[in-house]
Design a binder for this molecule. Structure first.
Ligand code: AMP
Length: 585
């Protein structure tokens, strides 16, 4: 069905940072965005200075930077000055303990204030911040901390005991483990963070990082092989700042709530950095999704800009607009969504429930910041991700017969979404994986791995992934990581993992397993495998369903054909099966 365009009225555009998309995009240069920031003497640039200290230096230290709402509903407030002091304490602590420039500091935390102190303190110290998702099990954590050569970790005692302690001695680089909630008998080799921070000075001279120095390490998943560590540098803050201004319409007086988990890139770029560089107040809720609670937060905290995700919006839709309307959400000015396709129904439901649309935007771990967006002063076409950010050149590409690649000019033709490299938050490497990084580029383009179309007005439409990576409840999951965990079970001979459509989560992870000779495919074994995967991988990554097969479809070279598993599961045409192993046909 054709969805009606949502026209923006003049009153929707009052005060918007981006009033005239074409005019602004036509003359935009990244140097303009850089000029909105301070920098440090000698050409240095540090994300945490721009996010926090800059505001304090300019006399805005008593403005509220962070309001943290605990699970019990109690709020704790941190002004920009307080955030400066706390991040300084963490930076001082790292420096005292010999964690230095370029060293990797990991976090394995829920949304707690220490996460923000640690992230910003790490950056001030010139170290590299790498957040992990707290719903990961021990395997994904170990893999990422090993690839990242973690030197320090900030976590809770419970996470440490369950997810890190069992393998810690295998990671020689890990020297410091800080616990945010130390019991009277903390595990050996850990430090009580609160006590250590209290004993550290609250003054710290920010390490003068160069714009190209590594600042953030975000892990993402590919179709094959180990997780990839996308390297981002301090210069990324230029994009964090301007994308917050243009795509989220952030103003210093805004109360901004980003619901992303801190373990994923959105939780850092927009859950910490962008709102702070823009001088806004950040709302952080410790609790997990709960519709009533969320509406209450929007209402009571007078949230003005809300950045959330399709899975959450679909859960709110299920409960219905009547619930939305019970709350006074009159302060809410702008709603944005990211991470997975936002169904046109959800955009339109936003109009019904909130009186305003959700503005979908698109980006990925590698791009470090929003690349394509719907802006406040631009009509929304439900189902479209919007138009490229000023300063970003996007295209839809097709592969040519001679192995080349070219731009498709025809409107609504499907191809691979690509971006012209050169924006400041572009990843600079996959850590220690030159070849995988190099493969992301062709013909002067960065290839996103997504399929998309562009219409005659320059709006982009997401079609799907070009690879086998799974998006479940906004989390990118590499099938290989799941298959590897299943293969560790003694009963499993082969495993193939795909995403199958789910009305709420977008996709859920399903595994197909071939058992070793003589092993019976019983229900008890199926449950055991589900439990095994959950324990190893954590609930966010583990398959929700496992089906037994006598054989899995493989190519002649022995690669499991996930595409075929998926086509069969969904009753879709099997496509080209010329490479299928003969006995499988
Ligand atoms: P991640 O690197 O985990 O942030 O995942 C990035 C991927 O999520 C993209 O390559 C897309 O496949 C998907 N994605 C992100 N935003 C959107 C969106 N607005 N619409 C559709 N897919 C999206």
């Amino acid at each position: 069905m054709a969805w009606q365009r949502i026209r923006k009225r003049p009153e929707d555009c009052i005060g918007a940072n981006l009033q005239d998309y074409e005019g602004y995009a036509g003359t935009f240069a990244w140097s303009q965005a850089r000029a909105m920031l301070d920098g440090l003497p000698g050409g240095a640039l540090n994300i945490a200075h721009e996010a926090v200290d800059r505001h304090v230096d300019a006399g805005r230290g008593d403005r509220l930077a962070l309001r943290w709402i605990g699970r019990d509903g109690q709020a704790s407030d941190f002004t920009y000055a307080a955030l400066r002091a706390q991040s300084n304490r963490f930076a001082s602590l790292l420096a005292q303990l010999g964690v230095g420039k370029g060293d990797r500091v990991f976090s394995l935390l829920g949304r707690v204030p220490e996460l923000y102190f640690a992230a910003l303190g790490t950056l001030k110290n010139g170290s590299v911040f790498s957040p992990l998702f707290s719903a990961f099990g021990p395997e994904p954590i170990k893999a990422r901390m090993t690839i990242g050569e973690a030197k320090a970790l900030v976590t809770t005692e419970a996470f440490y005991r369950r997810k890190v302690e069992p393998w810690r001695k295998e990671l020689a680089s890990l020297q410091q483990v800080f616990l945010t909630d130390c019991s009277k008998t903390p595990p050996a080799g850990t430090t009580d963070l609160a006590a250590a921070m209290a004993a550290s000075p609250d003054a710290f001279a920010i390490v003068p990082t160069a714009p190209g120095d590594m600042a953030l390490l975000h892990f993402t998943s590919g179709t094959t092989g180990r997780p990839k560590g996308a390297v981002h540098v301090h210069e990324a803050v230029v994009a964090h700042h301007i994308t917050g201004r243009l795509a989220l319409d952030l103003h210093p007086e805004d109360v901004f709530w980003c619901t992303a988990d801190p373990g994923w890139v959105t939780g850092t770029s927009y859950g910490i950095i962008s709102p702070l560089t823009n001088g806004a107040t950040l709302i952080v809720d410790q609790a997990e999704f709960d519709a009533e609670r969320w509406y209450r937060i929007l209402q009571d905290q007078k949230v003005t800009v809300w950045y959330t995700a399709p899975t959450a919006i679909r859960m709110l839709m299920k409960i219905g607009a009547d619930t939305t309307r019970r709350f006074d959400l009159s302060k809410l000015r702008f709603m944005a969504s990211v991470g997975e396709p936002l169904n046109p129904e959800a955009v339109v439901w936003g109009m019904e429930a909130f009186g305003k649309p959700f503005h979908d935007n698109w980006w990925q771990t590698e791009t470090g910041g929003i690349m394509i967006a719907n802006y406040p002063a631009m009509d929304v076409k439900p189902g479209s991700m919007g138009r490229p950010l000023p300063g970003v050149t996007a295209a839809v590409l097709e592969h040519t017969a001679d192995g080349g690649i070219r731009e498709i000019e025809r409107p609504m033709a499907m191809g691979e979404l690509a971006l012209r490299p050169g924006w400041p938050s572009m990843m600079r490497a996959y850590l220690n994986e030159e070849e995988r990084y190099r493969k992301c580029f062709a013909g002067g383009w960065y290839l996103t791995g997504d399929l998309a179309m562009r219409d005659d007005e320059g709006y982009y439409w997401f079609v799907g992934r070009a690879d086998d990576v799974i998006k479940s409840a906004g989390h990118l999951i590499g099938p290989f990581e799941v298959e590897s965990a299943l293969m560790e079970h003694p009963a499993v001979a082969e495993a193939g993992v795909i995403g199958v459509p789910d009305p709420t989560a977008g996709e859920i992870v399903k595994a197909f397993v071939a058992l070793k000779n003589g092993v019976e495919p019983t229900e008890a074994l199926r449950k055991e495998l589900l439990g095994h995967a959950r324990k190893r991988l954590g609930p966010a990554v583990a398959p929700k369903d496992i089906a037994f097969r006598a054989n899995l479809p493989k190519t002649r070279s022995g690669k499991i054909m996930r595409r075929l598993l998926k086509a069969r599961e969904l009753g879709l045409p099997e496509g080209d099966v010329s490479t299928l192993e003969s006995e499988e046909r």
